[in-house]
Write a protein that binds this ligand. Structure first.
Ligand SMILES: [Fe+2]
Length: 203
């Protein structure tokens, strides 16, 4: 909510909640070693793609119990204390994405999920860009608009700086992409998807 001047307020109504927290949580040596040893899927036919772990349920491995608990506590707090959601959401997938120097994670969203969490395991600095095809004006008309500058109300994309320890929670349907890894070491990011524990059937 943005205060414009005395007694005037602009509401970001019907917006997408994107949560970012700079946490002090860090993976330990045993967790990092396991993360680094995870076999990766064959890369998609794109220039400089990121590698995704073959295992899409890495939280089933005992060694990740501490990380899983940390992430789930943050996510459940978001669902219940920020969104006031009464449905129970549970982790359905958990994976690692590994970007070698220069590699970029292409624009994508997470199908078959409601919310996603991204935790930066090892990333000295990078950017994550969220995007949508239309803003609220273009969504309902065929006209093209000119803006002096884009704001959170009119933007098609929004870029967040991210680094090791950062945690993001966002709707799984929001497109996102990473900037190229500009460091000489691999960037390691952990992704987690959430879905209904029980699909609602009432109306
Ligand atoms: Fe993603």
């Amino acid at each position: 909510m943005m205060k414009i001047k005395n007694k005037s307020v602009l509401f970001p109504l019907f917006s997408s909640p994107i949560y970012k927290e700079e946490t002090e949580f860090r993976v330990n040596a045993a967790e990092l070693k396991t993360i680094q040893s995870l076999p990766l899927m064959r890369s998609m036919p794109r220039p400089k793609p990121v590698g995704i772990s073959e295992d899409h349920k890495i939280f089933n491995q005992k060694v990740f119990k501490r990380i899983k608990n940390f992430i789930d506590e943050k996510a459940q707090n978001f669902f219940k204390k920020v969104l006031f959601l009464k449905n129970e959401l549970v982790i359905t997938e958990s994976w690692i994405s590994r970007a070698t120097p220069g590699a970029t994670h292409h624009k994508h969203k997470h199908p078959n999920a409601l919310f996603s969490v991204v935790y930066y395991v090892d990333c000295p600095s990078s950017y994550l860009r969220f995007s949508r095809e239309h803003n609220f004006l273009q969504e309902s008309s065929l006209f093209s608009y000119d803006f002096e500058k884009y704001t959170i109300y009119t933007a098609h994309h929004w870029t967040l700086p991210v680094k090791t320890g950062d945690l993001l929670i966002f709707p799984a349907s929001v497109f996102h992409e990473s900037s190229p890894n500009q460091h000489t070491t691999d960037k390691l990011v952990l992704g987690v998807n959430y879905f209904f524990k029980k699909i609602p059937t009432h109306f």
